[in-house]
Design a protein around this ligand. Structure first.
Ligand SMILES: [Zn+2]
Length: 214
């Protein structure tokens, strides 16, 4: 199995696809967002910095990212998925150098090409289980919970993430267009890049991803 970097606008389905890959193929899911939110909940210096940046929808500094990347790559076995990382050119360079430093296999890049309207609809409909982390969507037939507002597995109340409100979403989306999207050119030459256009149905997308990783 190949290591993967997902590139996609916020709420495009990276988390859902990652869950499927973890379940079926035993991938290690490295969500930089989850790692940052965990840091932010600690009351340390770095935690406070991260907390403020996340609330504004902006990107975390390179020093923080470098420290976290080294920690992640030394502590994670292959195959792995990077979800929400790298987000800009300097993060991509940090990742490339860290991979070389720790002698790790280069990941392929899968780009989920979702338009802005669809991404906003998904972001505002997204629900998370606070206990197991499973992701649901109010507006998706395939991904809504069996009982409204409850996790299918844990039966606890689902919550929306703080950074999924529309204002923060717009900042994250603009950051994505300005800083993340230009990475595609870089990945086209530095890694193997695969594009999935208009990804709508999770199981169809998953079938395409399975063909790519084998
Ligand atoms: Zn749950």
């Amino acid at each position: 199995m190949k290591n993967i970097i997902f590139i996609a606008p916020p709420a495009a389905g990276k988390g859902t696809q990652s869950d499927l890959l973890v379940k079926k193929y035993g991938y290690n899911h490295i969500s930089m967002g989850d790692i940052l939110r965990k840091e932010a909940s600690k009351k340390s210096e770095i935690g406070k910095e991260v907390d403020e940046i996340l609330k504004s929808g902006n990107l975390v500094s390179d020093e923080v990212i470098l420290k976290l990347t080294e920690k992640i790559l030394t502590g994670t076995s292959e195959p792995y998925i990077f979800d929400g990382f790298p987000r800009n050119m300097s993060q991509a360079k940090i990742l490339e150098e860290t991979l070389v430093k720790f002698n790790k296999t280069k990941p392929i890049v899968i780009y989920l090409n979702v338009n802005k309207e669809e991404a906003i609809k998904r972001a505002t409909g997204r629900l998370n289980c606070p206990k197991c982390g499973k992701i649901y969507h109010k507006y998706s037939e395939e991904l809504k919970p069996q009982i409204e507002g409850k996790c299918d597995e844990c039966q606890v109340d689902l919550i929306s993430r703080d950074d999924d409100n529309e204002e923060t979403f717009k900042t994250r989306y603009e950051n994505y267009i300005k800083k993340t999207l230009p990475l595609l050119d870089y990945f086209k030459s530095a890694n193997d890049l695969y594009v999935i256009d208009n990804p709508i149905f999770p199981m169809e997308i998953f079938a395409k991803i399975e063909e790519i990783i084998k």
